[in-house]
Write a protein that binds this ligand. Structure first.
Ligand code: UDP
Ligand code: MG
Length: 315
């Protein structure tokens, strides 16, 4: 068997305020990948507008080691776009993406490469639940259940952006030009030969998680609304339900009027129904607004991210 054409590797690392992790991650990556004797390797750090010393540290590494490439954004654009930018610039045959905080075990990369060499085009990783804090575990489970019930694509719980993609998959992915890219949802729908490996995540080595509660909610909303239009149907169902309710209630009101019962000033019921219906309308307008926002963003055709500096070409 000759698989020697699968002999070059790009590693993409979205980095946001990770000054305490970069050097160790780099050392580990070198140690793990050097023995594989690949023909060409590059490490692409995508600095997502860090405010700490991350970029300086990356540049120092790049000055010593030509395998270290970087691009830095003009501001924080978020993890998905940092990842996208890295994938856009990755030029070798296999492309591994992983987080900078050492939660994704670097030691798994050789196994990923083996699976790739024996025919897989996508080697994705599935996190085992052990060792994660309760909140993260539960919120992540909830998120996947919600996304799956609302969209056609089936996402697996615990599958994050730690994976190996063959360059041909990346070429396919580049055709997805949506501005609100949800890479995790798109990859399973691409087809190709996909295989999984399991791992137990490490603790974040240094620094704190960049996913605050509000960022997680936004991430969930992006996921749901970029994979499906189902939530838009909610308004129709809600609307039908309340139209029925209103119909029944008006029959009752007419009955009361016609048979001359005493009509009490029904303040409470009026206020209650106004609030209820008002609330539901606001939710529905919100849902429509999210989609409209996406159409708006897309129609402007703005760049997805702005690169301020780089030592790498994309062609
Ligand atoms: N990250 C990024 N931009 C952001 C937030 C995070 O590039 O706006 C990077 C971060 O540096 C890390 C990865 O995305 O390499 C995952 O972030 P984090 O570890 O904070 O997420 P968690 O593991 O807590 O889900
Ligand atoms: Mg992390």
């Amino acid at each position: 068997m000759d698989h020697s054409f699968k002999s070059s590797l790009s590693v993409v690392i979205p980095t946001y305020n990770e000054e305490g992790n970069i050097e160790l991650l780099y050392t580990k990556l070198k140690e793990t990948i050097a023995p594989l004797r690949l023909e060409a390797v590059e490490f692409i750090f995508v600095d997502d507008g860090s405010q700490d010393q991350s970029l300086q540290i990356i540049k120092k590494l790049a000055a010593k080691d030509t395998q270290v490439k970087y691009l830095s954004f003009s501001r924080n654009f978020g993890h998905q776009l940092a990842l996208k930018a890295g994938l856009d610039h990755a030029k070798f045959q296999g492309v591994v993406s992983l987080d900078a905080d050492l939660q994704h075990p670097v030691e798994l990369i050789p196994e990923m490469i083996n699976k790739w060499k024996s025919g897989a085009d996508v080697v994705y990783s599935k996190r085992k639940d052990q060792g994660l804090p309760w909140f993260k575990r539960t919120s992540s489970k909830l998120f996947y259940r919600l996304v799956n019930s609302l969209s056609q694509v089936k996402l697996e719980d615990g599958v994050a952006d730690f994976r190996l993609l063959d360059q041909k998959v990346i070429i396919a992915l580049r055709e997805y030009k949506e501005s609100n890219l949800f890479i995790r949802g798109i990859i399973p729908s691409l087809g190709f030969k996909q295989e999984a490996i399991e791992y137990i995540p490490n603790e974040r080595f240094a620094g704190e998680t960049k996913y605050s509660f509000s960022k997680m909610i936004r991430f969930a909303l992006t996921g749901i609304t970029s994979l499906s239009a189902k939530p838009l149907y909610f308004s129709i169902y809600f609307g039908l339900f309340f139209a029925m309710l209103a119909f029944v209630y008006s029959i009752y009101a007419i009955y009361v009027f016609a048979f001359g019962y005493e009509t009490v000033p029904g303040w409470t019921s009026i206020i209650a129904s106004i609030l209820l219906i008002g609330g539901i309308q606001l939710i529905m307008i919100g849902i429509i607004g999210v989609y409209l926002g996406k159409v708006f963003a897309q129609s402007k055709q703005r760049p997805h991210y702005i690169v301020e500096e780089k030592n790498i070409l994309n062609d």
